[in-house]
Write a protein of this length. Structure first.
Length: 413
């Protein structure tokens, strides 16, 4: 496997993306092929759990085949990977792996399950789950949604799993929102969540305030709308507002997104202009817009990224056939924040909440923090981007830049 794990170092060829007015820069540091043993390796996800990275993906004879199985790899450094588990279920093509951590600290695997009779033959798809307490020993894949409705992935929030299902067969084409307390039995919270065009693969994410966001792929032909949609909901998550992200993101395959400590949202998926490729985007949850930032080394059969923020870096798994065979890759990316006004590199500092103490004021004077006149969690602070040259600061949720306090940075460390 030594040939298959060749590292492609791109630190010298610094590939970065800076968009005018967008205070986010993404630089590709390295990308490594981590697996290519099966004829077709695809549809990934990536998490950090306990003391290691876990990457899950499908293996099979082809993109659509009867022998689909899910392999889980483990690594301590995101460089050297070993196989930890292979999930199979007789009579089913297992697809599109997604990983999450349950409230009781188990690793959960969810994916598609299609009772396919022949390779390259269509089949309705449902969903399976499996669990592990150590990353090595797993429960047998259990069907939790019957073929015809595909619960594509779940996100845990305050003890509940939330997920969106879509029509993966001959049924009506609409999204539904489901919840579960154990990951096995699902209740339908919103039967008809969205039904314009053919909405399908849809991950959910929650911000620190409990707002839920949905990033929905749409497909179709002719006049059928295909642009990606952003859904937003608060409260009990039964009422949603939907925003069109534009034709640039038509058929945004394998969508995923993650909120950085600064509050900015990074998304990734398949784009098509100039040929199919996997791209990283900035998702503006305030203005409901998305901007392409960076094209990953990719092409052909590609996308389905996993996104992870760990050790002050963005990590991304994905698959691609740009080197001739569909293989699994992991990219290491550096995220920085250039000032939209002057271009200077901004620093990020926490917003300290609560009654100001002398220690907090000293952090302000040293330029290591800002004092927030708002309610927040002192153990999970909001981070702000600051430009010491322009003397301005802003969080991702704010529309306008604010002046830095006069005391900020007045004490030399």
């Amino acid at each position: 496997m030594r040939k298959g794990l060749t590292a492609v170092m791109l630190a010298v060829l610094s590939v970065a993306a800076v968009c005018a007015g967008v205070p986010v820069e993404v630089e590709l540091v390295t990308v490594r092929k981590i697996w290519d043993r099966a004829p077709h390796n695809a549809f990934t996800d990536l998490v950090w759990w306990r003391d290691g990275y876990y990457c899950a993906f499908r293996e099979g004879r082809g993109h659509v085949s009867t022998d689909g199985r899910i392999r889980v790899l483990r690594s301590s450094d995101a460089r050297q990977w070993t196989s930890a588990h292979v999930a199979r279920r007789s009579g089913f093509d297992l697809r599109d792996a997604h990983l999450s951590v349950t409230p009781d600290d188990r690793l959960m695997l969810i994916g598609g399950a299609a009772p396919r009779k022949k390779d390259h033959q269509g089949a309705p798809t449902g969903s399976f789950v499996a669990f592990s307490a150590d990353g090595t020993e797993w429960t047998e894949p259990q069907i939790v949604m019957e073929p015809g409705r595909w619960l594509w992935c779940v996100t845990w929030h305050k003890g509940k799993a939330y997920g969106v299902s879509y029509a993966a067969g001959s049924g009506e084409r609409y999204l539904s929102l489901h919840t579960s307390t154990d990951g096995l039995k699902y209740d339908t919270l919103v039967p008809r969540l969205f039904e314009e065009g053919y909405p399908n693969e849809t991950p959910l994410r929650f911000d620190r305030y409990g707002t839920c966001y949905a990033l929905a792929r749409r497909d179709g032909s002719g006049a059928t709308p295909r642009s990606a949609m952003l859904g937003v909901s608060r409260g009990d998550y039964t009422q949603w507002q939907w925003h069109d992200l534009g034709a640039e993101f038509n058929s945004f395959g394998g969508p995923n997104f993650i909120q950085l400590p600064t509050g900015y949202w990074i998304a990734a998926g398949r784009m098509h202009a100039g040929g199919a490729h996997t791209a990283i985007t900035l998702l503006n949850a305030v203005d409901h817009k998305m901007t392409k930032l960076l094209k990953l080394p990719s092409g052909g059969d590609t996308s389905y990224p996993g996104l992870l923020w760990h050790n002050e870096k963005l990590w991304m798994s994905y698959y691609s056939s740009h080197e001739g065979k569909t293989s699994i890759y992991v990219a290491e990316l550096k995220v920085s924040y250039p000032c939209p006004s002057c271009g200077a590199a901004m620093k990020t500092v926490p917003l300290l909440v609560g009654l100001p103490t002398e220690a907090m004021r000293e952090q302000l004077r040293r330029g290591n923090a800002l004092l927030a006149d708002c309610v927040g969690d002192p153990h999970n602070p909001v981070f702000a981007c600051i430009c010491t040259k322009c003397r301005k600061w802003k969080t991702a949720e704010m529309k306008h830049w604010q002046d830095l306090p006069k005391e900020f940075g007045t004490t030399v460390p």
